[in-house]
Write a protein that binds this ligand. Structure first.
Ligand SMILES: [Zn+2]
Length: 520
């Protein structure tokens, strides 16, 4: 008996030891010592060059899957066995990110993309890569940067995600169950290699260019709703059309707006980039009413960038969207609705681009990049980190490395923020409502846009990371009593690192923008 107790005891000790080794490897810094910190200052004006490229990052999904009973159904909970529509083969499902767990893709509606714009002032070559993905974490960003060949001459790379809720999991939260990562390593590898190819191809396509800046700051108001008080949006459409200086052709465009690409909502099982697909298609190829072309496109490669989408910018199933030509209203989540929304946005963009507010023939790029360390306060995120659900490691006990960048190009400035920032932090309007967990005056002031230099101010959300929601400190609300007369904690905090995230990021942006402003 004693002998068995001894063996049992040793086994328990061994298991604890192995568990500790496993946890330690989950916490291990994937990029020890990595610092993105640098400053590039170019007050001189020089000619600009730019190039665009688009490479698909669509996953492989059998045309239609059936479960072991031969039925296709939503939220397959039991069994890992999936066969194709003819009953052949068994494959690993592609887990769709956003909403709940266990949403296996059952086909492809439109391609997902890695779309890159490279801009160059002869001193700095900046690549902006946009992935049709839920998010792309900082360690993965660093990995892609390390893979870009040196002879591409790229000084700095910003990788952001559209945050589509209808594409594969690249974060780890949306696998078959809450305790299983939905990230497929082979797919992650494919995304990274396509991202690198899109940067190299955009560099190879570089031409001397003129930039045309345009805006429509109010037209898109009906297309987004705010599901959390205070009702502050970031609904302005901000656009840059990039024109070949020699032949006058459009090489591409940058379309910045702020809304969750989740118009297809939680029951859709087809891979799609959601409304950004229709926006890009409309801007490039034109907007059609049925078969007839109503508004010609500008050609080139359209790049859609998402901005301040926290707090929470969405096209909820309660929000009806109208077809711009027939006036037909779509409320239920469906491709018709995403298409109507995309057409409206494309029309607004194309109309605005006919009357640019600024033409830029020469400018210098000034760019500040800063690594920031953020505490992981969220208990579920702590658990996810310990269990390795988030494959990102830590840089200190329950601390994660992330990144901020700000840059300007003549009269245009950009703030690249690593997650889903609440629009009140960007545009002002933070409140200190009774019932919040911290009875303090708004901390993240002045607003980011008020501090940005230049006349035209672009926000790049989910930039170089996806850390979740960035919530104003004075609006943080997990403990009773609750804000705005709520009976329960609002949605947001459970997908945020914690209440210190916004103050830390805002404090850093304030310093960086202060310095950028002093260059004026
Ligand atoms: Zn989100």
């Amino acid at each position: 008996m004693k002998f068995f107790l001894k063996v049992f005891g040793s086994l328990v000790i061994l298991l604890i030891f192995l568990a500790l080794i496993w946890i330690r490897s989950n916490l291990k810094d994937r990029n020890p010592g990595y610092l993105a910190d640098f400053k590039i200052i170019n007050g001189e004006s020089s000619g600009l060059n730019a190039g665009f490229a688009a490479f698909p990052i669509t996953p492989e999904v059998p045309d239609r899957w059936t479960d072991t009973n031969g039925d296709a159904k939503y939220n397959l909970k039991d069994g890992d066995a999936f066969t194709d529509g003819n009953g052949n083969g068994v494959f690993d499902p592609v887990w769709i990110a956003g909403f709940g767990n266990g949403r296996a893709a059952n086909g492809i509606h439109d391609n997902l993309w890695s779309r890159t714009m490279v801009i160059d002032d002869s001193k700095t070559r900046l690549a902006i890569v946009v992935l049709d993905a839920i998010g792309f974490m900082n360690d993965e960003v660093i990995d892609v940067r390390n893979r870009i060949p040196g002879d591409a001459g790229v000084t700095s790379t910003i990788i952001t995600s559209t945050h589509t809720h209808e594409g594969p999991d690249l974060i780890g939260l949306w696998g078959k169950s809450p305790f299983k990562s939905g990230v497929n390593e082979e797919y992650m590898e494919y995304v990274k290699s396509q991202a690198v190819k899109s940067v190299v191809a955009a560099v190879n396509a570089i031409r001397p260019v003129r930039l045309e800046v345009s805006e429509d700051l109010t037209g898109a108001i009906p297309l987004v709703m705010d599901t959390r008080k205070p009702e502050i949006f970031d609904f302005g459409l901000r656009l840059i059309r990039v024109i070949d200086k020699e032949d006058g052709n459009t090489l591409g465009s940058l379309i910045a707006w702020a809304n969750h690409p989740e118009t297809l909502w939680s029951k859709n099982l087809l891979i799609t980039s959601d409304f950004p697909h229709y926006v890009r298609q409309g801007v490039e190829k034109g907007v059609f009413n049925g078969d007839s072309l109503v508004k010609p496109g500008i050609g080139g490669t359209a790049v859609y960038v998402n901005g301040a989408i926290g707090g929470l910018m969405t096209t909820h199933p309660n929000l009806a969207v109208k077809d711009p030509f027939t006036g037909q209203e779509f409320r239920e989540p469906a491709f018709d609705k995403a298409e109507a929304q995309g057409k409206q946005l494309a029309l607004l963009a194309l109309n605005a681009m006919e009357n640019p507010v600024e033409k830029i023939d020469s400018a210098g790029i000034s760019l500040f990049v800063r690594t920031v360390t953020l505490p992981i306060d969220n208990k579920l995120f702590k658990l996810g980190t310990l269990l390795g659900l988030f494959d990102r490691g830590t840089c200190g006990w329950m601390k994660m490395r992330s990144e901020l960048s700000v840059f300007k190009l003549g009269p245009v400035s950009f703030a690249a923020i690593p997650g889903e920032v609440y629009p009140e932090i960007i545009n002002g309007g933070i409140e200190a409502p009774g019932g919040s967990d911290f009875p303090v005056e708004p901390v993240e002031v002045p607003s980011v846009r008020a501090m940005m230099p230049g006349k035209y101010k672009f926000i790049i959300g989910l930039a170089n990371d996806e850390i979740g929601y960035i919530i104003p400190h004075s609006q943080w609300d997990v403990k009773a009593p609750y804000t705005y007369g709520r009976s329960d904690s609002p949605y947001g905090e459970e997908n945020s690192l914690g209440p210190e995230t916004a103050p830390i990021l805002h404090g850093n942006i304030k310093e960086m923008l202060g310095e950028l402003n002093r260059l004026e």
